[in-house]
Structure formats: structure tokens, C-alpha cells
Design a protein around this ligand. Structure first.
Ligand SMILES: NC(=O)c1ccc[n+]([C@@H]2O[C@H](COP(=O)([O-])OP(=O)(O)OC[C@H]3O[C@@H](n4cnc5c(N)ncnc54)[C@H](OP(=O)(O)O)[C@@H]3O)[C@@H](O)[C@H]2O)c1
Length: 308
């Protein structure tokens, strides 16, 4: 490891997610329907993840039109003791056409008090649990009333239906204006070598100032980093492979995770793979302390130009 390496990310935590027991590496379940798993196989995936120390599972009411939460609930009923040792995250607020919350004509966002309350209750029913550890507004609603959202969140916490509340895909301004009304545990944000906006538009800086950790989604570009035809992916993999050798990492994939975990905003990271080995790669990334120069080498490869 390089002398000027930064402190391993597992040693740093700014946030309140730690207080509710979230693991730094989170298993993201968006793609579960593609995985074609039975409840028994999903239970095995959950157990193996938890054995590795990945105890937090990310859902949304719209994943698989509600089927992902339902399958997870079925998996949980096979071994109810798992529930007490895990943290369940779910999101709501997007109403797709033909969603489980009833037919809608136009896809839209709904963060009204009544909708959020009912959405949480539907998720709890599908997941066969009595509370969510973390509940997020999935996307900013252009018609949001922050007082109403704060009221809904506080009421859900008082009822014991959620332990903590947060948001996803919010700009710094949207985050700060809601946080003025109600405590927010996180902002779940897309970030990868392909998607650098959170770095450039101060979302991470804003979260650090608020001592709130982001949760990062699509860290591998949703799989784009594995493409054999995408030029940027090929270039990035060359750089990442060189660094994997330098840091004795088992794979270049761990270097991507290390790159994200190096951010001073102390992120949590969602892994969207069906394979527990991928969770291990993320955990390895947590332990690698990249040097400043190597961190910037990846940024330069991602942007295709040196920093100004
Ligand atoms: N808040 C939001 O708006 C939002 C939006 C999107 C996603 N999310 C959350 O973020 C999670 C992760 O997103 P994502 O699935 O796009 O992330 P990702 O981890 O960037 O991509 C996962 C995809 O990469 C493939 N892959 C191949 N090799 C892999 C490896 N070694 N490690 C990891 N993946 C590998 C996976 O296929 P295999 O299964 O074959 O490995 C899978 O298709 C989602 O599950 C969801 O929970 C949140």
C-alpha cells in the first residue's frame, strides 16, 4: 500500500446510518426479478450476505412492481430470526402506470402524507415485517409540500413503522430545504466513473457539511463497466487493472469501490449483483486506502482529461 494512502473507509463514519446499524456495503435488490430466484434461494443469498457482514438490504415499492419486497418477505418467513439482525431500506413516491398502488394514467410522483403512509403500510405487508429501518422518498416530487412530508415522516416514526427517514436523488437545495423541517439520514445518489455529477454539483460537499452519508447506487454504472464494446469502460478497466496489481486487490472491481469509499462524505455503497462474491469485492474496496494521486488517476480516466 502506498505511503500517502488515506484512512481506510471502514474507520470513518460521519453519519446517523451507523446508529441504526447499516452496513457500509448494502445489498441492492432492484434486479431480483432478473435473478429468477425462489424464496429459498433468496434466503440463502441473504444469509450468506449477512455472514459476510452485509446486513442492510435495499428495496423500493416499485421493484418488480412490488414482487421483490413480497419475495423477500417470503424468504424472511422461512427464518424469522434473520429480521432482527438486518436493516431493511425501502423507498416510495414514484407511481408508475399500472403500479401495485392502483392504476394511474400518467407516471408521476406522490409525496402526499396519505400516499406515503399507505405506501409504507403496503411495503410492510409485502415484506412481512412490522417496521422499515430506513424509509426514503425515491425521487424529488415537483409538487412536494415539505411540511406535509415532515409530518408524514414524524408520524411514521412515532407509530414505530420506520426507524429513520431520508431521500434519494435530491439536489443539495432540495435536501437542505427538507432537512430544515425533518432530520434526514441519507440521500441515495447515483455515482460511478460514468456519473460524476454528485461530485461536480456539490451534493457530496453539502452532505458532508450536514454530517450525512450518501448511499451510492449503480457504482459500476449498472454493469456498464464490464462492457467489451464501450470505449470508456475499456479505458477505465485498463487503469483500474493496473491499480489492482499495485494494491494487491483481487480484482479491478474492488478498486472502483475503494475509489468511492475514499470520498470524504463517507458513503455507503449499494451492490446490485446476484452473486455474494461481488459483495466481497465491495468489502475488499472498503479496506483499500488509495493514494491521492491514484484517486485522481481514476478521475482523469473517467473524465478523459486531467483536472484543470
Ligand atoms: N435510489 C435510486 O433511484 C436507485 C436507482 C437504481 C438502483 N438503486 C439501488 O442500487 C442498487 C445497485 O444498482 P445497480 O444494480 O445498478 O448497481 P451496479 O452494482 O452498478 O450494477 C449491477 C449489475 O452489474 C453486474 N455485475 C457484473 N459483475 C459484477 C460484479 N463483479 N459486481 C457487481 N455487479 C456486477 C450485475 O450482474 P450480476 O448479477 O450477474 O453480477 C448487475 O447486472 C440497486 O439494486 C438498487 O437497490 C437505487
Amino acid at each position: 500500500m502506498n505511503e500517502e494512502a488515506s484512512a481506510p473507509a471502514e474507520k470513518r463514519s460521519l453519519d446517523t446510518l451507523a446508529a441504526i446499524g447499516c452496513s457500509k456495503v448494502v445489498a441492492g435488490l432492484w434486479r431480483v426479478r432478473e435473478w429468477n430466484m425462489s424464496a429459498a434461494l433468496l434466503k440463502r443469498y441473504v444469509q450468506e450476505s449477512m455472514t459476510l457482514g452485509v446486513t442492510t438490504f435495499d428495496h423500493a415499492d416499485i421493484y418488480g412492481g412490488g414482487e421483490v419486497e413480497a419475495l423477500f418477505g417470503d424468504a424472511l418467513t422461512q427464518t424469522p430470526s434473520l429480521r432482527d439482525r438486518m436493516q431493511i431500506v425501502s423507498k416510495a413516491g414514484i407511481r408508475p402506470r399500472g403500479s401495485s398502488a392502483g392504476a394511474v394514467r400518467v407516471k408521476h410522483y406522490d409525496t402526499s402524507r396519505a400516499y406515503l403512509q399507505a405506501a409504507v403500510e403496503r411495503s410492510l405487508q409485502r415484506l412481512k415485517t412490522d417496521h422499515l429501518d430506513l424509509f426514503l422518498i425515491h425521487r424529488p416530487d415537483h409538487l412536494a409540500n415539505n411540511d406535509e412530508i415532515a409530518d408524514a415522516a414524524e408520524s411514521l416514526i412515532r407509530q414505530g413503522k420506520i426507524r429513520a427517514f431520508g431521500v434519494s436523488n435530491f439536489t443539495t437545495r432540495q435536501f437542505d430545504s427538507l432537512r430544515a423541517k425533518v432530520p434526514l439520514a441519507t440521500n441515495q445518489i447515483e455515482f460511478s466513473p460514468f456519473e460524476l455529477q454528485a461530485l461536480d454539483d456539490d451534493v457530496f460537499t453539502g452532505l458532508s457539511s450536514a454530517s450525512v452519508s450518501p448511499m451510492i447506487w449503480s457504482a459500476l454504472g449498472g454493469g456498464r463497466l464490464f462492457s467489451e464494446t464501450d470505449e470508456l469502460a475499456l479505458l477505465l478497466r485498463r487503469e483500474l487493472t493496473t491499480l489492482a496489481e499495485k494494491y494487491n486487490a483481487s480484482s479491478w472491481v474492488s478498486i472502483v469501490y475503494a475509489w468511492i469509499f475514499t470520498l470524504p462524505c463517507a458513503p455507503y455503497l449499494l451492490v446490485g449483483s446476484r452473486r455474494v462474491e461481488s459483495l466481497q469485492q465491495a468489502l475488499e474496496g472498503l479496506r483499500i486506502g488509495l493514494s491521492r494521486e491514484d484517486w485522481y488517476a481514476i478521475l482523469e480516466a473517467a473524465r478523459g482529461k486531467p483536472v484543470p
